[in-house]
Design a protein around this ligand. Structure first.
Ligand code: IPM
Ligand code: MN
Length: 352
């Protein structure tokens, strides 16, 4: 790193519900680690979701799009609207959702520990096409009113996400599972298209799997997977099963990248209105998203240090409200988690 340090500009879009709490929490960790690793991060806060509507007439207003222009990363909390527009605007087509259970939380999953040990998988989900963005509407005919959403994929959209998944697999354990439903949806040939790109990646083994079976296999034998590639809708559904494997969906983060390498980083949980404002939301999905942002920046040491601190945090038995099923430890608030995590980070730092 240069003597001047490295400067990054991050746009924080806290959004709604618990998004506000977890984003501020994750930013504290980002500031701490930046200071420790001698780089600076400037935070610009922007509006998105329901709170943006009365102010700007849209859940993803132009001012927010402009604020995000030329930044080094967007950190999003949670929203009930505006997210698809944000993803599409910056063409964040490659959604990465890593799932690896913390050893200290292995008792949190309904699955038996022997099925979870060593699980380390990555969902690669296509994020800006498919049924989420196809022609849709409501109409009526002689049988009554009806609605429709259409799934459409250009071959190149499948090929470009396939390339991302293959690259990820090549840098991991060289195994790529292709989620598909071609027995019912044969016009979108995921398997053939991914296999064609796969020819450029001879080291990677390809395994096509019907998505219904894949969902079952994820629960029965998750250790068999390395990278799982899926279209937008299937990837959304499958990746929630990752929350079952790790013990809570509140623990999972994600990165959504475009071709230029710009990323949107967000926990995969939603706004959780039932617990919003109570200060008890699990901040680790947002912190995992910060880790993914640091990795994308090439700040691997900073990312690894936070990851190690989180592991120690859970090894010591600390739990958030969503994770307190079996622990006799008191539940930590969001801020108490951050305070504790920084304490652990400090102790790690002194031991280096
Ligand atoms: C996710 C969410 C979103 C999605 C919703 C909020 C539109 O479930 O990021 O997984 O389906 O993509
Ligand atoms: Mn989802």
């Amino acid at each position: 790193m240069s003597d001047q340090g490295t400067d990054y500009r991050v746009v924080a879009l806290p959004g709604e519900g618990v998004g506000l709490e977890v984003t501020e929490a994750a930013l504290q960790i980002l500031h701490w680690i930046a200071c420790q690793h001698h780089f600076t991060v400037q935070i610009d806060r922007g509006w998105i979701g329901a709170p943006a509507v009365p102010l700007f007439g849209s859940p993803f207003p132009d001012v927010t799009a402009q604020l995000c222009q030329d930044c080094d990363g967007i950190l999003l909390g949670a929203v009930s609207q505006g997210l698809l527009e944000l993803r599409q605007h910056f063409d964040f087509f490659a959604n990465l959702r890593p799932v690896s259970p913390y050893p200290g939380l292995i008792d949190q999953s309904p699955l038996q520990p022997d099925r979870l040990l060593g699980v380390d998988l990555l969902f690669v989900r296509e994020l800006v096409s498919g049924i989420y963005f196809g022609a849709a509407g409501r109409s009526s005919d002689d049988r009554g009113s009806y609605g429709y959403h259409t799934m459409q994929y250009h071959d190149w959209e499948i090929e470009r996400i396939a390339r991302v998944a293959l690259q990820q697999a090549r840098s991991r354990r060289c195994h790529l599972t292709i989620a598909h439903k071609e027995n019912a949806l044969p016009q979108i040939p995921w398997v053939r298209l991914v296999q064609a790109v796969g020819a450029e990646f001879p080291a990677v083994t390809l395994q096509p799997m019907l998505v219904d079976n894949l969902a079952m296999q994820l629960i029965l034998q998750p250790q068999q997977f390395d990278v799982i590639l899926a279209g937008n809708l299937l990837g959304d559904i499958l990746s929630d099963l990752g929350g079952v494997l790790v013990g809570s969906i509140g623990l999972l983060g994600s990165a959504s990248l475009n071709a230029a390498g710009l990323g949107l980083y967000e926990p995969i949980h939603g706004t959780a209105p039932n617990i919003a404002g109570q200060g008890i939301a699990n901040p680790f999905g947002a912190i995992q998203s910060v880790i993914l942002m640091l990795q994308q920046w090439g700040q691997q040491a900073a990312a690894a240090q936070i990851q190690q601190a989180i592991q120690i945090f859970f090894d010591r038995g600390y739990r958030t409200a969503d994770l307190n099923r079996y622990s006799d430890q008191p539940t930590l608030t969001t801020q108490a988690c951050i305070d504790q995590l920084i304490r652990i980070l400090r102790s790690l730092d002194q031991s280096i």
